[in-house]
Design a binder for this molecule. Structure first.
Ligand SMILES: [Zn+2]
Length: 302
């Protein structure tokens, strides 16, 4: 809480403009309170509305020890609708530590472990919260230690030695989330690079050049994006079918630029995979235009 004494020299009723520091202090206090109340009351609409406020400044809760994400992942039963936008819009909170040095993953796993939900909707929602946290972390951080040297998985029964006494040990499905997490993370292709080697364009009077200009190929990408309307992360596909020349040799284009240009503009995007299909083995195209080795090579590299 901002101490009242800070403002003592000023009459609080007088706020000259929106840049005023007292205005900002009051505003961030109100926003923070509403955000945390939204989380504790499981009011996803309120959380979403506050997250949409421009220049949001959040004061951590409970004497500055909890980020909104720490608070949200502790909810039991879990609430994916609240956790997902918090992860998407406050990425820095994912690796923040509370006063015991615990990151949100510590709390998310603890909540699932303590609840021990049977197979069904609640378990699936816990699983999604934990999975989505992990998808937004570096793999090397999955075993991050708190101030007592405990990893997020510390509470769980040892895989080879169940000591919890429950007929179905929750440690197995919780650990499985990590074991089955997709191996892919991060952008599959550097936006500034077209791959390990720059292909050299064929001379303009060659058959290869004509083949590349008149034959189309498909570039595509699958990615995850946060959907404002449904408030969920959705899988998206972005497809373009430019000429082979444009996707491979034209310095103004290239696959990365083509995809970047055609992708829907939206907040956070998380890539699953990209692929490039070059019809080098298309009989009609190949017999007509005699494309050379290079196309075949490129297809394999793509
Ligand atoms: Zn056990």
């Amino acid at each position: 809480m901002t101490p009242v004494s800070t403002f003592r020299h000023r009459r609080l009723a007088v706020i000259p403009d929106a840049d005023d520091y007292i205005y900002h202090a009051i505003r961030s206090r109100i926003q923070s309170t509403l955000l945390f109340q939204g989380i504790y009351l499981r009011n996803a609409d309120l959380v979403f509305t506050i997250l949409g406020c421009p220049n949001l400044t959040i004061i951590w809760d409970l004497e500055g020890h909890l980020t909104p994400l720490h608070a949200a992942v502790q909810l039991r039963p879990p609430n994916e609708q609240i956790v997902t936008p918090l992860i998407n819009q406050r990425q820095d909170d994912i690796m923040q530590r509370d006063d015991e040095g615990r990151v949100p993953l510590h709390h998310a796993i603890e909540a699932a472990w303590k609840t021990k939900p049977p197979e069904g909707e609640v378990r699936s929602e816990f699983a999604n919260v934990i999975r989505y946290l992990m998808r937004n972390m570096q793999r090397t951080d999955f075993d991050i230690k708190d101030d007592s040297g405990r990893s997020p998985w510390y509470l769980l029964c040892d895989p080879s030695n169940c000591t919890c006494g429950y007929p179905e040990c929750a440690a197995s499905w919780i650990r499985e989330l990590r074991d089955t997490l997709e191996p892919i993370r991060g952008p599959a292709l550097d936006e500034n690079s077209e791959g390990p080697s720059e292909p050299v364009a064929p001379p303009e009077d060659s058959a290869q050049y004509r083949a590349c200009v008149t034959t189309d190929g498909t570039v595509g990408e699958f990615y995850h994006a946060y959907d404002e309307r449904s408030r969920r992360v959705q899988e998206r596909i972005n497809l373009k079918t430019p000429s082979i020349y444009r996707m491979m040799y034209d310095p103004r284009y290239g696959c990365a630029k083509i995809l970047q240009f055609s992708r829907r503009r939206e907040g956070s995007q998380d890539f699953r995979c990209r692929w490039i299909h070059i019809p080098a083995n298309n009989v009609r195209a190949t017999s007509r235009h005699e494309p050379t080795e290079r196309l075949t090579e490129s297809r394999n590299n793509g």
